[in-house]
Design a protein around this ligand. Structure first.
Ligand SMILES: *[C@@H]1O[C@H](CO)[C@@H](O)[C@H](O)[C@H]1NC(C)=O
Ligand SMILES: *[C@@H]1O[C@H](CO)[C@@H](O)[C@H](O)[C@H]1NC(C)=O
Ligand SMILES: *[C@@H]1O[C@H](CO)[C@@H](O)[C@H](O)[C@H]1NC(C)=O
Ligand SMILES: *[C@@H]1O[C@H](CO)[C@@H](O)[C@H](O)[C@H]1NC(C)=O
Ligand SMILES: *[C@@H]1O[C@H](CO)[C@@H](O)[C@H](O)[C@H]1NC(C)=O
Ligand SMILES: *[C@@H]1O[C@H](CO)[C@@H](O)[C@H](O)[C@H]1NC(C)=O
Length: 450
């Protein structure tokens, strides 16, 4: 009796932690009829434990593949527990509410997402390799996104014009990151064997060689990023003298805790099939072109010293020293400088004197502090001992030099590379991007910055 009760409790929640379930998945807990193995979140794990959900040794049975019909749709079953999937996917209770768009109206409240908009989107990635052990994190390209996932158990994904897989199979993975508001920072990854069917003769290769790490972009006109890797976040961390270090080789998202990156339009992910991931549709050609000319605030009341708005990696004379220099936005409304007392890099609104964001130093090093933009895309604040006290996160080697850092008319610092792609923007402490969201919880289009 007690055992039966426990079993009931164990399979009670259909959507809390989550995974896709299919015989094509890698799954070391396949034998369990009430498995929640693949739905376990991944956080703060070393690479060997989060990669492939630590299931590399447990491939699906021979011949088990998940078919992706090119230019068509694929349906997947999502659940915390395998029990609540259909028989075909190993379940024995079936989906509870396969098509409900609002699971929040019933008991399924534990998906770390207090509101529908907090589920924040899930995605499919593909690697054109048929040997799972050859797949590296940068081999996966996201090819389909559902912004309001996970909101229903029976989830349809739109498939773009994918080409055929080598040897009749590719490696795919389901990814999900919910917003941080639910109280935990984690990601989900469920790898599976897939195959592209209904291949058209005009299908071109996925431009995996140019796949980039996703980045948040406040202005949708800059969110034309082409093929991108999954968002690897919150893992591969090691503690060194109480300082948490992210290993940039495998984690690719720089977001701090409680600021989860999401498969939403905030990160440039369009709803549905990602059509710009192919060698013939990638909007980026990665050729360097001249940066637009630096514009300056010409109001001498605001800018008596005629400061510019830009720091450039190839102009060694452009750097900031604390307590003196500044860069001012062309519209004269925003300033960025190193604060004399703290050494923090401050972005301030000159209209109401609000600090919109700051990059805080690790410790108070000896003055003067200087801010420099290096040739490799790293922006560093150094104390006079030469110790780095603040850095842009994960911008080193992202894109091509020379780089420039501007304070723009919207009140943000923007790091741009020689291909004129944005590589970093500071966020706003007030999370104002939420105000750009339309009334829909999961807007298909990110509203343009006013
Ligand atoms: C799941 O979705 C597919 C595609 O919309 C549909 O054909 C199927 O009937 C759905 N299954 C259930 C159990 O609702
Ligand atoms: C994969 O799909 C191709 C068609 O693109 C087909 O020829 C091949 O048999 C499929 N392989 C498997 C294992 O189903
Ligand atoms: C690359 O794209 C830019 C912007 O669309 C364009 O101006 C440039 O001519 C292109 N360069 C090449 C080599 O295609
Ligand atoms: C210059 O800035 C001052 C202070 O903000 C403002 O009062 C003045 O109107 C500005 N002048 C012009 C020409 O915009
Ligand atoms: C600066 O460097 C010197 C020499 O390494 C060291 O003795 C000193 O403690 C450092 N000062 C600070 C404030 O870190
Ligand atoms: C700067 O302050 C003014 C006045 O409070 C406000 O209208 C404007 O939106 C602020 N700008 C930013 C980027 O927050």
């Amino acid at each position: 009796m007690q055992r039966a009760l426990l079993l009931l409790v164990a399979v009670a929640s259909a959507l809390s932690h989550c995974s896709m379930w299919h015989p094509s998945t890698f799954d070391c807990d396949r034998a369990s009829i009430n498995s929640a193995g693949n739905s376990q979140p991944l956080q703060d794990l070393p690479f060997s434990q989060w990669w492939w959900h630590n299931n590399l040794d447990c491939p699906p049975a021979a011949g088990q593949v998940f078919n992706l019909p090119a230019n068509g749709q694929a349906v997947v079953e999502l659940s915390t527990n395998k029990a609540f999937t259909s028989k075909a996917n190993g379940g024995h209770k079936g989906m509870i509410q396969p098509n409900t768009p609002v699971p929040w109206t019933n008991d399924w409240t534990n998906i770390h997402a207090p509101a529908r908009g907090d589920v924040a989107g899930c995605a499919f990635a593909i690697s054109y390799k048929s040997d799972p052990r050859q797949v590296k994190p940068e081999d996966f390209v996201i090819f389909s996104v559902v912004h309001d996932c996970v909101a229903r158990q029976n989830q349809t994904f739109n498939i773009p014009n994918l080409p055929a897989c080598p040897n009749g199979k590719c490696m795919c993975s389901w990814f999900w990151i919910h917003k941080s508001i639910g109280g935990s920072d984690q990601m989900y990854m469920t790898p599976f064997v897939c195959n592209v069917t209904n291949v058209r003769s005009n299908a071109k290769a996925v431009d995996v060689a140019h796949a980039q790490a996703p980045r948040k972009c406040y202005d949708p006109t800059t969110c034309t990023m082409g093929p991108r890797n999954p968002m690897y976040w919150k893992n591969e961390r090691r503690e060194i003298h109480r300082e948490t270090v992210t290993d940039e080789r495998t984690a690719n998202m720089p977001e701090d805790g409680h600021r989860a990156p999401t498969y939403s339009i905030l990160y440039g992910w369009k709803e549905g099939a990602q059509k710009d991931i192919f060698v013939n549709t990638n909007p980026n050609n990665y050729t360097a072109r001249a940066a637009p000319t630096e514009k300056k605030c010409t109001n001498s009341t605001v800018n008596p010293k005629a400061y510019g708005s830009r720091i450039s990696s190839d102009k060694p004379a452009t750097f900031l020293v604390d307590g003196g220099d500044a860069i001012i936005s062309p519209n004269c409304r925003y300033v960025a400088y190193l604060q004399r007392d703290t050494g923090n890099l401050i972005v301030k609104n000159l209209t109401d004197q609000q600090v919109l964001w700051y990059g805080g130093v690790k410790q108070r090093g000896p003055r003067p502090l200087t801010l420099k933009l290096l040739a490799d895309g790293q922006v560093n604040t150094y104390d006079s001992n030469g110790t780095v006290q603040w850095s842009t996160p994960m911008t080193q080697g992202l894109g091509k030099g020379p780089y420039h850092l501007d304070i723009i008319n919207g009140g943000q610092l923007v790091l741009t590379d020689a291909t004129q792609q944005h590589r970093w923007e500071n966020f706003f402490f007030d999370d104002r991007e939420n105000q750009f969201l339309s009334t829909s919880a999961d807007p298909a289009v990110w509203r343009r910055r006013p």
